[in-house]
Design a binder for this molecule. Structure first.
Ligand code: NDP
Length: 434
């Protein structure tokens, strides 16, 4: 930790993984002897760069750009780009570190990386977003490529931003290299189901967990935080599987709709109008209400899907959820539960699906997008959806089997960390000390 001062989220992510690895290194000392643990914590490459751009008033703005190419043992670096004012190196490193194990769990040939900027897209015009994306890509393009590093979206980066960045990459390189970015538009190399994949996958994972106890998503009362890409499609899939989705939120407050969130209205507000979640209650009427500030975890429900951001569900929220009898928690976001909240769920025997397993559907479908790009094909919705479903069930089963094998039955967090680690560690040993 002394080597990476001030990077609290990165420390948290590393300690969560290493805690789970104790029984692995005891059984397989070769991982320590080959320096795998030390090497894993040090990114292969970290790029930090200036992103200058001109706003609508003609003022020059300067942001900081990051790309952390963490581990390429299994394939080209793969992971999203986040545009949010809270971004600094510690956030990008925590996300990149998590991505190594998540990508390994998908069974796809992809390494781990992450990037982004402290740029705040809130309130910016389309023109400003485009100029920022173009400036960001003007530097980033030197470091990425379909066989090197393949970025995608994350918080603040959706289809619009990927489009502007792809356009600039093409202009700079004079190549239509579809496989350099994922999350592209459907008419120029994007994959069906990519938009839905993370949210859908998180709900499929929750459903698999519930089935181990003779239940399913059908009939559950679901609490969702966030109202972005992951939250919207988690709500859509949960409702399709027969659950009632009670909540959604943004950084200003949350909505409760006892009649079930109207997903079409949510999409209209967030994807088309880019409005705040407070508007939902006004437009929906009926029993829907908006609560400024506060926490969705105060609402009573049986399944919790945190889909907003890191550390949004703390120890107190976990205690409230447990008191209310929550049966399953699946992390749609990356590390949304604090370490102590996660411990409480596991200790209480609540089904707890960690992000690196539960939200892996997005990157898995990105890998399917790369496959389609490589063979210049485009697959149908049903086919891609079925592949996503199979991948999520496989990840679930791998977590269960690995947790059992290493003496922690039912502990999905341990299962995910150990299964993700072993595959990467073995590949690193095979490839020598690099
Ligand atoms: P979006 O930008 O589409 O949505 C983010 C949502 O979270 C918004 O509702 C936003 O509210 C809220 N939010 C963001 N930051 C904060 C904060 N500091 N406090 C409270 N609320 C906040 O992002 P995504 O839906 O794509 O990503 C959500 C999470 O899922 C992230 O953790 C991301 O890393 C993870 N993830 C995403 C994947 C994907 O495919 N998109 C894949 C795997 C994981 P507001 O508008 O007020 O900021």
């Amino acid at each position: 930790f002394a080597r990476n001062p001030g990077e609290a989220e990165f420390h948290q992510a590393v300690s969560e993984v290493f805690e789970a690895l104790d029984p692995v290194v005891e059984r397989h000392p070769q991982y320590v002897e080959a320096g795998v643990l030390h090497r894993l914590c040090e990114p292969e490459r970290q790029i930090i760069f200036r992103v200058p751009w001109v706003d609508d008033q003609g003022t020059v703005q300067v942001n900081r750009g990051f790309r952390v190419e963490f581990n390429s043992a299994l394939g080209p670096y793969k992971g999203g780009l986040r545009f949010h004012p809270s971004v600094y190196l510690g956030i990008i490193k925590f996300l990149g570190f998590e991505q190594i194990f998540k990508n390994s769990l998908t069974g796809m040939p992809i390494g781990g990386g992450k990037g982004g900027s402290d740029f705040d897209p809130a309130g910016r015009s389309d023109g400003e977003i485009m100029r920022f994306c173009q400036s960001f890509m003007t530097e980033l393009h030197r470091h990425i490529g379909e066989h090197t590093d393949v970025p995608a979206g994350d918080i603040g980066v959706g289809g619009r931003e990927i489009g502007y960045m792809f356009g600039q990459y093409k202009r700079l390189t004079n190549r239509f290299e579809a496989g350099v970015l994922t999350g592209k538009g459907l008419t120029w190399g994007g994959s069906l189901v990519r938009t839905e994949a993370t949210g859908y996958g998180a709900v499929m994972f929750a459903d698999s967990m519930l089935r181990t106890r003779g239940e399913s998503m059908d009939g559950q009362q679901v609490l969702i935080s966030g109202s972005g890409n992951v939250a919207i499609y988690a709500a859509e899939k949960a409702a399709a599987l027969g659950a009632t989705v009670l909540t959604a939120s943004d950084s200003a407050g949350y909505i409760v709709d006892p009649d079930g969130i109207d997903v079409d209205l949510l999409k209209q507000l967030k994807e088309v109008e880019r409005a705040r979640i407070s508007e939902y209650a006004e437009r929906k009427g009926g029993r829907a209400r908006y609560v400024a500030g506060g926490s969705v975890w105060d609402v009573e429900g049986t399944v919790a899907l945190p889909c907003a951001t890191q550390n949004e569900l703390d120890e107190n929220a976990a205690k409230t959820l447990l008191k209310q009898g929550v049966k399953a928690v699946a992390e749609g976001a990356n590390m949304p539960c604090t370490e102590s909240a996660a411990h409480l769920f596991v200790a209480a025997g609540t089904l707890f699906g960690p992000g690196k397993a539960a939200n892996a559907g997005g990157v898995a479908t990105s890998a399917l997008e790369m496959q389609q790009n490589a063979v210049r094909d485009s697959w149908g919705f049903e086919y891609t959806h079925d592949r996503l479903e199979q991948i999520m069930r496989d990840i679930h089963d791998r977590c269960v089997e690995t947790a059992e094998e290493y003496g922690t039955p039912g502990n999905y967090a341990a299962g995910a960390n150990i299964a993700g680690f072993i595959k990467v560690a073995d590949a690193m040993i095979s490839q020598g000390v690099v």
